[in-house]
Design a binder for this molecule. Structure first.
Ligand SMILES: [Zn+2]
Length: 313
């Protein structure tokens, strides 16, 4: 039986993390070897100053400067959006108290929310470029263990007005955990986000959409609303980008929360589908907003369709 909703490749997050570290180590070895070679050459040529070394230093400095610039831009946006964020957070707190879990918002306004899970990753930057090009906002349910490797797209997402949510530390099925471990999975992710001087997430999406009363209660206890989805791109199955986009365009309703992924595997198809999806949704008169904005503008119904989200594995 196919797993409804979110699915993932068989490589566990910890394994991917370990592989990334190994790759990082290999790159470091190559870089180190290169430096030794450069030093040897410069010593060999009567110890003269080697401009190549200076250039290499400048290249290493560039990402650092870019990150610092994005972090400053994010801080400016956070300060500027303070009143707006309070309104959104108050609305979220009210929904937490009343329902605790949503899969779609109300239908008052022709708005939908694009959501991306499992990042940040090497695909997030390209997705942010597309969102910027079409001037639309989105919500990123991020994994704590991805943040250290990809701090730049995380800072950039906030700087460009998107919302960062919590998708746990390392993508475990929380329905198999007790309250203490669930709490740790949530808290570690929040710590990773706030450690980058970004606001603590107010929205929580359980990995695989797998929830139960304990998971929802722990999210609530941490001040977070559990957010599922009402439209699934099934992007983990890598459908043709135009097919993926058209399905979303056909299924979208006012208040829809649309699930896709910017991490956890090859997201080329998702990245390619996004411009078509945005253009089609705009053509149907939909505005794409963050989940907090969607919930503020379209209070969700008390009865939410949250059945059939439990995974088979
Ligand atoms: Zn996920």
């Amino acid at each position: 039986m196919a797993t409804p909703g979110e699915n993932r490749p068989t490589v566990p997050a910890s394994e991917q993390h370990r592989r990334r570290r190994l790759v990082g180590f290999a790159v470091a070895c190559v870089v180190a070897f290169g430096s030794v070679a450069v030093v040897a050459v410069s010593v060999g040529s009567a110890g003269t100053w080697n401009p190549q070394q200076l250039e290499q230093g400048a290249i290493a400095e560039k990402p650092k400067m870019e990150l610092a610039a994005q972090a400053r831009a994010a801080a400016v946006v956070i300060a500027k959006r303070k009143a707006e964020a309070k309104l959104e957070n108050d609305a979220i707190d009210q929904i937490i108290a009343q329902i605790g879990i949503v899969s779609e918002a109300g239908a008052e306004n022709p708005e939908v929310a694009l959501t991306f899970d499992d990042g940040p990753s090497e695909y997030t930057g390209g997705i942010l470029d597309t969102l910027k090009k079409y001037n639309v906002s989105a919500t990123f349910f991020t994994l704590g263990n991805q943040i250290e490797g990809f701090p730049l797209p995380l800072q950039r997402a906030v700087a460009e007005g998107h919302t960062v949510g919590n998708h746990t530390w390392d993508h475990q099925d929380l329905t198999k955990f007790g309250p203490k471990d669930i709490r740790a999975e949530m808290a570690q992710q929040t710590d990773a986000v706030t450690g980058k001087a970004l606001p603590a997430p107010k929205l929580f999406r359980p990995p695989y959409g797998a929830t139960n009363d304990t998971v929802v209660a722990e999210a609530r206890r941490a001040g977070m609303l559990t957010v599922l989805w009402s439209v699934d791109t099934n992007d983990y199955m890598k459908p043709a980008p135009d097919v993926m986009a058209q399905q979303v365009i056909n299924q979208a309703q006012p208040g829809s929360i649309i699930l896709m992924h910017d991490g956890g595997g090859d997201r080329t198809a998702t990245s390619a589908a996004l411009p078509m999806m945005i253009k089609g949704l705009k053509k149907k008169g939909f505005k794409m907003v963050t989940v907090p904005q969607l919930l503020l503008d379209n209070p969700p119904a008390a009865e939410q369709n949250t059945v059939d989200r439990t995974p088979v594995a």
